[in-house]
Design a protein around this ligand. Sequence first.
Ligand SMILES: *Cc1c(COP(=O)(O)O)cnc(C)c1O
Length: 382
Amino acid sequence: MIYLDHAATTPMAEQVAASMQPYYAKDYANASTIYEFGEKSRQAVEHARTIIARSLHAHTNEIYFTAGGSESDNWALKGTAEAYQKKGRHIITTQIEHHAVLHTCKYLEQQGYEVTYLPVDEQGFVNLQQLEESIRPDTILISVMFANNEIGTIEPIAQIGRIARRHDIVFHTDAVQAYAQIPINVDFYHIDLLSASGHKFYGPKGTGFLYIRNGIKTASFLHGGGQEQGRRAGTENVPGIAGIGKAAEIAMRTMSERMYRETRLRDWMIHEIKSRVPGAWLNGDRYARLPNNVNFSFQGIEGETLLLLLDAKDICASAASACSTGSTEPSHVLTAIGREPELALGTIRMTLGEATTWEEVRIAAEAVIENVELLREVEAGM
Ligand SMILES: *Cc1c(COP(=O)(O)O)cnc(C)c1O
């Protein structure tokens, strides 16, 4: 099998699984207990927190464990909306966010908040001037994703952070696709809140964290016990937290090598497909792009059919994002970058991973090229 859907989820690293194992059955104590037996669980949780804090150049007490990227996004948005409602009820985000952000914004609109959904240009970039012009006295939050999960475009986060800081507005970024793939320094980027998810960087599913800058008011998300500084109640998922910590540790060690390797594989694949298939349009920016993202729209074919043909050759790729599989509507991201609906439906995304080989990429590119030709011939013959 050739797995090219790492943006949907990644395989869990063996070392990560091993790091979680002790906390299931052997060292099962509740991390909140005062006896010695609980010390191992406490240490596992705090060790993971320290590693993740370091990876972002943050303080340890600014990392809060959650059950994934969706929860972190929900908490960031709802928690900030609640905490700053006296100041205002206006939120700025973009049209290309993940549904965890977009649907939370829709919910907040029902609660009486106003949301501006910024358009993006053909490469998927937010326009900084437009962003600044949409700021109002009652704007309390700007939420712009670090990198897009479908087209891979990396947003001008430092500039956005600077604008938010200048206007004294909280800045959240959904970094689920960017964290552990590219270096992030929360101070350099002026980030106040950052969401990440374990299963997107070879960690366990159902784990994640939210970075909350000290001094930023964010309402508690789960009420109950005093875990996570009283802001996210519930007995800690000790194995999961140990696992996401281990995944972060490995990711930080291997990042530069992975970036270099995946970028070369990505660029080869983009070049090969672009030069051999007429009517192939690359989605997302050519350079400010996640190292592992290849996303093309092909004229005159259906992406879903192409995926089935690839699946028949044991190649896993995706239409747009896993969330919209089975839908015949073009994705909101492709619509936002101005792809015509017909062309948008001819889109496939291939996202590489740390174990992806040159041979796999060659086979996959060849399969894409052959099958696009085949589908076009079938279409022309009818
Ligand atoms: C996957 C993803 C999420 C959701 O994360 P989960 O851990 O699966 O809930 C949020 N935002 C982006 C950009 C993602 O790619």
